[in-house]
Design a protein around this ligand. Sequence first.
Ligand SMILES: Cc1ncc(C[n+]2csc(CCOP(=O)(O)OP(=O)(O)O)c2C)c(N)n1
Ligand SMILES: [Mg+2]
Length: 590
Amino acid sequence: MSDNIKTVAEHLIDFLQRREVKHVFGLCGHTNIAVLAALSKSPIDFITVRHEQIASHAADAYARVTGKASVVLSHLSPGLTNCATGVANAALDCIPMVVIAGDIPTHYYGKHPHQEVNLHSDASQYEIYKPFVKRAWRVDRADLIAEILEKAFHLAESGQPGPVLVNVPMDIFSEVISSDTFDRILDNMRSIIKPSIDDHTARDIITKLANSKNPVSYVGGGILLSGASDELREFIDYMGLPVAHSLMGKGAISDEHPYLLGMTGFWGTKLTNDACLNADYILAIGTRFKEADCSSWYPGYTFNIPGSKVIHIDIEPSEIGRNYPTDIGVIADAKSALCVLLRVAKELYPEGFDRPKLREKIAKFKNAFIEKNTKMATSNLFPMMPERILADTRNALPDDAIITTDVGWNKNGVGQQFNILTPGSILTPGGFATMGFGPPAAIGAKLASPDKVVLSLVGDGGFGQNPAMLATAVELNLGIIWLIMNNNAFGTIAGLQKAHYGITYGTTFPGTSEEPENGPDYSKIAEAYGAVGIKINSASELLPSLRGAIASNKPTVIDVAMINNPTPTTGHWNILDIYSPDKNVSHVST
Ligand SMILES: Cc1ncc(C[n+]2csc(CCOP(=O)(O)OP(=O)(O)O)c2C)c(N)n1
Ligand SMILES: [Mg+2]
């Protein structure tokens, strides 16, 4: 027997250190202070927040940037439910995360001790997480925790990544045990090799693409999760394949790449939707054909399937063939599959492929789009045009700056018309579309990548969800910029309500969108937390303010009044037919 006798909490922290965990995000409670005591003696930093949702969103972004499972430490019941939104957001975007939660003591299961969740079964708070984590463990014995932790990290990071919950009754954290159970897993591998594609199937795919007239590749967040941006770029360069992407696939390769079409779906561009509609073969990689990206799967807007044939490569079998009939489905890691596809393509077609006319067509569309937007992107109107805010922001930022978005113009407009130049540099809440994600996500991104400029593009509605994240950013002196696109409204929803009902009831804030001074003064809120607060008073002030904030490297909130125009759409969304079955409601076309 090993004589390394410690509490479970201390063994847990040793385990995290061995996994090279550098930061744990969370908030205290009487059920997890034993873990905090052990953390205080370790080199791991505890990132303490003022609301658990901030911890889970920050951890989500941290995992997106590091590519490894992040760790959240939560208190029981209200701590865990506060944390849930960020965990569910991570789940729907396939982000690896290990949530460790304290719970009531085992000897009080079912007695309804302080804060127990037990209306349907005893000590059942962990069940709240079941619909959105890959697995929820309740650790009922101290000698089980080592193996559970090991399995938790493997599960979070393998296959289609996602969050897991390790729920630990507080008496177990304090139990003293030898290190035997932890020693047993020491020599286990740290990561698991992912499946690839066989040569036979690869040859079939390459031959089909080579013989097709209008092939299109359609990529999603799976490219970024598997770190396959370089492999994707090399492959499409060799095959001369145009690339369309989902929202989560934004930034899989640079938006300036000559074969990059743009985003598909409701908020996509016409060029991209048309290219997908006219494709004879679609090579889909690391995407789940999500509703917003596929114009609610209505034919004639983004995809014409059947019609176009689909080849779908994904790590998760249930993603394949679910929403569209699929010609070839392959369970594989995107990076490995693209390596094999490129090798096989070189063997079969040593000359490669070039489509200069297609590149010309893409360049022409992009130039025309920029030209059409120029008036708005350079407009001196105040409140500012959203297009000008985005243009000035892109102008101020270095190519590799990390941008976190929220939901609203900042996500839909960014997906459509804000060039991402470095793969993996945009973090957006895709599947859950969680308002309130962007500002705390910037904290996780900056901690994971302290040398990069990190900017959170967020609406006034979204910023209002989690302003307490400023306390953490100021405490850690994180030079993040939060740019509030302030239209004094839940503008995206106001736009939809206006289009269908002609009113804005419960979707705008007091006053009009032209009067953001009626709402909270976000620059003052920033100052109250000890951050720098800037209120923009004319369009010409924005660019110099952004440049100043980047140079100062201080936590800075920039509040800019914005006209409440909806993001232009070219695709379709099923809600239009639900709300206005007899009207042909649409937004402006681009
Ligand atoms: C947590 C949450 N609540 C509600 C919504 C529905 N919703 C989607 S966009 C939006 C408005 C966002 O407002 P704001 O952040 O000001 O951005 P804007 O649309 O004005 O650009 C709302 C309420 C959501 N996605 N998430
Ligand atoms: Mg708004």
